[in-house]
Write a protein that binds this ligand. Structure first.
Ligand SMILES: O=c1ccn([C@H]2C[C@H](O)[C@@H](COP(=O)(O)OP(=O)(O)OP(=O)(O)O)O2)c(=O)[nH]1
Length: 153
């Protein structure tokens, strides 16, 4: 059973979930924009929200735009704080090397995912407790069928 969270919103284009069970609701552009190859632009959505305290909204790319046109979001996931009351804007990047991408107001350009978030209480200590992973990261487990090329170990 999906939990429903009330999110107050102003603006003309209320984000919509395309299917039951979708995690992201589509955000649309409030303006026309042309992105040349390699160009980025901060595109307004015309909407502002008030999340309940204890929630965050992430602005994330649409995979169809990414796969078909190379359109992504520079700062993905863009973080919308519960206290933010300004317009939600999307920092789009056209990664295609040759094709420009035209956005018309009303086009679906991104999706917004609303999630509960905890507030960390950072506790300074001299030494961290051990763990199975330890300090391994950045490919420390290697890749199937390939030897590690990292000379640091
Ligand atoms: O893709 C995004 C990311 C952020 N925001 C809005 C909501 C967020 O609450 C606010 C600030 O974002 P963030 O904290 O990422 O920006 P900052 O660069 O740290 O600026 P600030 O000093 O204003 O926090 O901008 C968007 O509209 N779209």
């Amino acid at each position: 059973m999906l939990q429903s969270v009330p999110v107050l919103i102003t603006g003309d284009h209320v984000p919509t979930y395309a299917h039951p069970g979708d995690a992201g609701a589509d955000l649309v552009a409030a303006e026309d924009v042309v992105l040349a190859p390699g160009e980025r632009a901060t595109v307004g959505t015309g909407v502002s929200i008030a999340l309940p305290e204890g929630y965050v909204a992430f602005v994330v790319p649409r995979s169809g735009l990414a796969a078909r046109h190379g359109i992504t979001i520079v700062n993905t996931p863009g973080t919308v704080d519960a206290g933010y009351r300004g317009e939600i804007r999307v920092i789009l990047l056209n990664t295609d090397r040759t094709e420009e991408y035209r956005i018309t107001a009303g086009d679906r350009i991104a999706q917004i995912v609303v999630l509960p978030v905890s507030r960390a209480q950072f506790v300074p200590v001299a030494t961290l407790p051990g763990s199975a992973r330890g300090e391994g990261g950045f490919g420390s487990t290697g890749y199937a069928g390939t030897a590690r090329k990292d000379s640091s170990s």
